[in-house]
Design a protein around this ligand. Structure first.
Ligand code: G3I
Length: 324
């Protein structure tokens, strides 16, 4: 008898297991497409919905890759997390903020949010509206948006998204805020302020890039509980698990699998019903190409190996979902 897929185990549990999708792989690799549709219930376009890739020139949008990912998800009955409307990274190369007044920056952002969230209002039910607004020291990150509009840029962005996609769940998403720590305290404070001002935030995305230093699952549970007490939904949005380069132990794959399973169990216990891994297979992980990261971390953080075969982590996640 064929083994149960990860997708079937997740669906039985009422849980979403998503994957970040590489639009090039989706377009060119049939085995990638098969694996994605067979094993996952949800997708997040890894780059295709970011401002830079979407906007090749000031007057044009290129929705080709994003439409392809969203169309694939629709065809295979998968949920889509929209990532991301407002971020300081991956802005268009032609966008030179110093050529704009503060009001023009606001208008630029409003048009962007309305255009993108509006286009996908019937296809994308969850948006990372703002990504990574808090700096590592807990202060508000000094971005082009913050410099022009102050903290209110978040109020505005969530408000604009809510205007054009009133049925979507609107998330704030960040890294390093997975467990209880100084950064998650700052994210908690920020979200408390937004909610206090009546901003339509529905949830918080904890990215959970476990790179070298893996967040303690008990502390993740405590962190989830306090965000849920604020009335927010919580999703794990970008999980991957790697060791420091050159320091992987002989049982690295088993330890990685155990950690994935612990996080899934934490989610199930804590009322989190969606976990996205940041890629499908190790061959395409961002850790192998991003800045100095290939020298810093092992490049095998995902559920499928370079050949596209399931790893111990895959079985661990599937089995954790199957346990009552
Ligand atoms: O597509 C272009 C290609 O045309 C060009 O020739 C090449 C030359 O550099 O760049 C390609 O774009 C790269 C893109 O990934 C697609 O591969 C960008 O340079 C590169 O910066 C970009 O990296 C992405 C990164 O975000 C940007 O900050 C990663 O793929 C993506 O995994 C990563 O995802 C982020 C989340 O959005 C937010 N949370 C953290 C996470 C990891 O950094």
């Amino acid at each position: 008898m064929a083994e149960q897929t990860l997708r079937a185990a997740a669906a039985e549990r009422g849980f979403d297991v998503g994957a970040a999708v590489d639009a090039d792989a989706l377009a060119t690799d049939p085995s990638y497409r098969r694996r994605l549709a067979r094993e996952f219930t949800a997708v997040t376009p890894e780059n295709a919905l970011k401002m830079g890739p979407l906007r090749p020139s000031p007057d044009t949008y290129d929705f080709g890759d994003a439409d392809a990912v969203v169309g694939f998800a629709r065809a295979h009955d998968m949920r889509v997390r929209g990532h991301t409307l407002v971020w300081h990274n991956q802005t268009p190369s032609w966008f030179r903020p110093w050529e704009y007044t503060d009001d023009e920056i606001g208008e630029f952002l409003r048009t962007h949010v309305h255009t993108v969230a509006g286009r996908y209002r019937s296809a994308i039910d969850t948006w990372d509206v703002v990504n990574e607004a808090v700096a590592d020291d807990g202060e508000m990150r000094e971005t082009v948006w913050y410099d022009a509009l102050g903290e209110e840029y978040l109020d505005l962005a969530f408000g604009w998204a809510d205007e054009v996609a009133p049925d979507a769940d609107l998330y704030y998403n960040d890294y390093g805020a997975d467990a209880v720590n100084g950064k998650s305290d700052a994210v908690y404070d920020l979200l408390s302020r937004l909610l206090g001002r009546g901003v339509p935030v529905d949830g918080v995305g904890l990215q959970l890039h476990a790179l070298g230093d893996w967040p303690d699952p008990d502390s993740v549970a405590e962190n989830v509980a306090r965000f849920r007490d604020l009335g927010l939904d919580v999703e794990i949005t970008e999980m991957d698990v790697a060791f420091p380069a050159g320091e992987a132990p002989p049982d690295a794959l088993a330890r990685q699998a155990d950690y994935y399973a612990e996080v899934v169990e934490t989610c199930l216990d804590a009322g989190v019903d969606s976990l996205t891994v940041w890629g499908v297979d190790d061959a395409r992980t961002w850790l192998r190409s991003f800045r100095e990261f290939p020298e810093r971390y092992t490049g095998d953080p995902l559920l499928f190996d370079d050949a596209g075969d399931p790893k111990p982590a895959y079985h661990a996640v599937r089995d954790a979902l199957g346990r009552s």
